[in-house]
Design a binder for this molecule. Structure first.
Ligand SMILES: [Zn+2]
Length: 204
C-alpha cells in the first residue's frame, strides 16, 4: 500500500511543466502506481488547459470562463499521458555502476541545465548510504524493496520529497534489494571524510 505521496504543489508544478524534468519523471512514475496522484495530475493538467483556453486571442468571449469551467466538469478521465509516455524500462537498460559494497547506481538522465539528474540506485538488504544532507531538492520513488531513514519507512510505490534541510542515513530493509528512482538537484552534502572521499565516485 502506498503511504507517501508528493505534495499537492509538486503535482501542480509537474502538470504545468514547471519543475526540472528529472523530478517530474519521478512524480510521473509514482503517479503511474498511485491512482490518487494520477487523478491529481489529471485535474491539474485540466485546470491548466482550461486556463490557457480561457486566455483571449482576441477580446474574451463573455462566456469563456463559464465554458472553461464546464469543460472541467465534463472532462473524461484519461490515463496521465506523461506517465504513459515515460518508458522507465527502456531508460533503465543501462549499466549498473558499483559505488560501494552493496550499492550500485545507474544514471538515466545526465545533469541538465537546472543542475538536476535522474538515477536508479540499488541498495542490498541491510546496507546504508552514508549520512548526507542536500544542497537542493531530492525526489525519490521506491520501485522495489523498502528503506528507512529515521523520518519514516518507505516501500514500493512511495514517493519521498526532501529539501536541503534534511540530513538522513537511508538504510535498505532486510529481505530484498531496495531499488529507487531518484532525482537530485545540485549535490549531496556528505558528512565526514569518508563521505567527502566517495562523493566524486557517486557523481551525486
Ligand atoms: Zn500518490
Amino acid at each position: 500500500m502506498i503511504r507517501h505521496h508528493p505534495a499537492e504543489a509538486s503535482l501542480i508544478a509537474c502538470a504545468a511543466g514547471a519543475m526540472p524534468m528529472a523530478h517530474a519523471r519521478v512524480i510521473e512514475v509514482h503517479a503511474a502506481r498511485c491512482p490518487v496522484c494520477a487523478a491529481g495530475l489529471r485535474a491539474a493538467e485540466a485546470a491548466g488547459g482550461a486556463l490557457l483556453d480561457a486566455l483571449p486571442p482576441a477580446p474574451m468571449a463573455p462566456d469563456a470562463l463559464a465554458r472553461a469551467l464546464a469543460r472541467l466538469d465534463t472532462a473524461a478521465p484519461e490515463p496521465a499521458p506523461a506517465a504513459a509516455a515515460f518508458d522507465l524500462a527502456a531508460l533503465a537498460s543501462g549499466r549498473w555502476r558499483r559505488v560501494a559494497p552493496g550499492i550500485a547506481i545507474m544514471n538515466l538522465l545526465p545533469r541538465d541545465a537546472t543542475d538536476s539528474r535522474l538515477d536508479l540506485i540499488r541498495v542490498a538488504p541491510g546496507r546504508a548510504l552514508l549520512t548526507h544532507g542536500h544542497t537542493g531538492p531530492e525526489t525519490t520513488c521506491v520501485l522495489s524493496g523498502a528503506f528507512a531513514d529515521g523520518t519514516g519507512t518507505f516501500a514500493a510505490g512511495d514517493c519521498v520529497e526532501a529539501d536541503a534541510a534534511l540530513d538522513h542515513t537511508p538504510r535498505a530493509l532486510p529481505g530484498e534489494d531496495c531499488v529507487c528512482l531518484i532525482a537530485t538537484t545540485h549535490h549531496l552534502r556528505p558528512h565526514g571524510w569518508l563521505g567527502r572521499l566517495v562523493r566524486p565516485l557517486l557523481g551525486m
